[in-house]
Every structure is written in structure tokens, then in C-alpha cells.
Ligand binder design. Structure first.
Ligand code: G3H
Ligand code: 13P
Ligand code: ZN
Length: 311
């Protein structure tokens, strides 16, 4: 099967009240862990690549790894640029074989966000590639986009219809209280998402796929393994899974997960390195990390996203 866009995936997810997992990939073990889980569970999947991932692993390596995963797993896979900061990086990924790109101009004023997004949409659609854009600002750190907590802004429902119509974008990332990274809420703070804003947005743009960034749940299982094996991630906290399940049943069709994979891979590597100081064969620790990535993705697909059996 060739790489697909997210068009069909999102249509089915919207109608079937489930969501597609969009998992960040940075190396072979991560690609393998994700796609083996999705392959076994017959789940469609989005593999996404950030500018940082391209800098680390190189575009060509990542594309070839994803092509290998496609050959080995009979499931629909979309290859997506995560948080494209400008037209140039989007163009480079569109020309370089991606089937979906995100242009993240959310830190610009509304009109500028529209203008940049529209330019990417025109180029992408011409080549059969779909585009995600963002309205509102998430707290936390993204590649070339840094948003302080105080600057984080929920998406204004009043703006979404005009934005979608004028840009022609295919999906929209919104800010309702999620954030990037492993420290999403302060200690003692009650995790909360603004489902009222999500509801209002989906009324304004019916049947339109919504995207949730910063959606790792920061599994305490892996945090504990890291803590027990020489790491320090005290106070790491994510989005509670019941909230993510609720989002997956709504107009949210794409749920972005990166930190949970980082935690799983790191937990596996730490566990081996800490307990077996004699190990120096990278395969010994990477295979445990890869298995934990696979476990976490299988858990997301079956217990949070509901995308198993939908390939
Ligand atoms: O949203 C950001 C993703 O977690 C990617 O992170 O820019 O460090 O690759 P990165
Ligand atoms: P997390 O840091 O919550 O995994 O979010 C990832 C993300 O939004 C990638 O775009
Ligand atoms: Zn993101």
C-alpha cells in the first residue's frame, strides 16, 4: 500500500467517533514500535516528523524508514510534517514525499496566519497533499515556536469558520488546555480541558476534523521506571486518559503523541543500562525501549483512540 493522505482516515474517524493517533518519529526503533503495534491491531496511523526530527535523522532516512514500515504492515499510513514553521519547510516536505503537512502560523496575528496558511494550502493541494493549520496557542515548547504559559490562548470559536473557509485548510489544531511536553500541569493543579470550547467550535464547523496537540497522558508506569532507574522526572503530569477518550469520541480526529513515546523509549533504555552496567551492545537496550514504545502505542490505539480494526 502507498502512503495515504488523512482525508479518508478523518472522514471515517469523524463518522465512527474515534480518532487517529499521530505519533512523532525520530529513529528506526520508534518507527518500528509504532507501526508494529498499529499493524497487529489493524489501525490506520499518522507518522509525523518535526523540524527537529529532520535535523536529527535527515529527511531521506525518515522517509525510507516509513516506506519500509509500509512494506511490512498492511495498514493505511500518512506521513505528516509536524509544526511546519514556514512555507519553505512545508514545500520541502511536500516535494519530498510527505502526504500531509502542518503549517503552524498560530503565533502570528489572524490575517497573517490566514495568508501563510492559504499559500501552503494552494501549493499542497496542487500536489495532492493535505494541510493542517492551528488557531490559538498551546503553552509549552515546540521546535521553532516557543509559547510561554502566560501567552497560551484558547482558540476563539468566533474565528474558526472564517479561518477554515478563507484558507481551504483540511484540518484544524485548536487550543483547549493541552500543552506540549511531560509537565502539562503544575503540581497540585487539577488537569482540565475546555470541552465547552471544543463543542462550540465543532458546532461552527460541522464535520470538520479537529486536531489535538500536546495530548500525551504521561503514563506514570514509565515515569516510575525512569525514576527507579536513575532518572528524574518528578512532577511529570499529562492529560488524563478519560479526557482523551472523550476527545476521541468528539470532532477530534487526530491526537498528537510524542512525549509518551519518549518516556517509553527512555524507560526501556534506562532499565537495561541501570540494571546491567556490563551491557554495551545498543541492541540490548534499544530493543527494550522499542518494545515499550510498541506497548504504549497498542494501549493508545485500543484504550484511548478506538482506532483498532479500522484499517
Ligand atoms: O510538538 C512538538 C513535538 O513533540 C516535536 O518535538 O520539536 O522536539 O521534535 P521536537
Ligand atoms: P506531547 O508532548 O503531549 O506528546 O504532544 C506532541 C505534539 O503535539 C506533537 O505535535
Ligand atoms: Zn504539537
Amino acid at each position: 500500500m502507498a502512503l495515504v493522505t488523512t482525508k479518508e482516515m478523518f472522514k471515517k474517524a469523524y463518522e465512527g467517533h474515534y480518532a487517529i493517533g499521530a505519533f512523532n518519529v525520530n529513529n528506526m526503533e520508534i518507527v518500528q514500535g509504532i507501526t508494529e503495534a498499529a499493524g497487529e491491531l489493524k489501525s490506520p496511523i499518522i507518522l509525523q516528523v518535526s523540524a527537529g526530527a529532520r535535523k536529527y535523522a535527515q529527511h531521506q532516512y525518515l522517509v525510507k524508514l516509513v516506506e519500509a514500515a509500509l512494506e511490512l504492515n498492511d495498514i493505511p499510513i500518512a506521513l505528516h510534517l509536524d509544526h511546519g514553521a514556514d512555507f519553505e519547510i512545508c514545500k520541502s516536505c511536500i516535494d519530498g514525499g510527505f502526504t500531509s503537512v502542518m503549517i503552524d502560523a498560530s503565533h502570528f496575528p489572524f490575517e497573517e496566519n490566514i495568508a501563510i496558511t492559504k499559500k501552503v494550502v494552494e501549493y499542497a493541494h496542487d500536489k495532492g497533499v493535505v494541510v493542517e493549520a492551528e488557531l490559538g496557542k498551546l503553552a509549552g515548547v515546540e521546535d521553532d515556536v516557543k509559547v510561554a504559559d502566560a501567552d497560551a490562548q484558547y482558540t476563539h470559536p468566533d474565528e474558526v469558520q472564517e479561518f477554515v473557509e478563507r484558507t481551504g485548510v483540511d484540518s484544524l489544531a485548536i487550543a483547549i488546555g493541552t500543552s506540549h511536553g511531560a509537565f502539562k500541569f503544575k503540581p497540585g493543579q487539577k488537569p482540565q480541558l475546555r470541552f465547552d470550547i471544543l463543542d462550540e467550535i465543532s458546532k461552527r464547523i460541522p464535520e470538520f476534523p479537529i486536531v489535538l496537540h500536546g495530548a500525551s497522558s504521561v503514563s506514570q508506569e514509565y515515569v516510575k521506571i525512569i525514576q527507579a532507574n536513575g532518572g528524574n522526572l518528578a512532577d511529570a503530569i499529562g492529560i488524563p486518559e478519560d479526557m482523551l477518550r472523550q476527545a476521541a469520541r468528539s470532532a477530534v480526529c487526530k491526537i498528537n503523541i510524542d512525549s509518551d513515546l519518549r518516556l517509553a523509549l527512555t524507560a526501556g533504555i534506562r532499565e537495561v543500562m541501570w540494571n546491567k552496567p556490563e551491557v554495551f551492545d545498543p541492541r540490548e537496550y534499544l530493543k527494550v525501549g522499542r518494545q515499550y514504545v510498541k506497548d504504549v502505542v497498542a494501549h493508545k490505539i485500543t484504550e484511548v483512540l478506538g482506532s483498532d480494526g479500522k484499517a
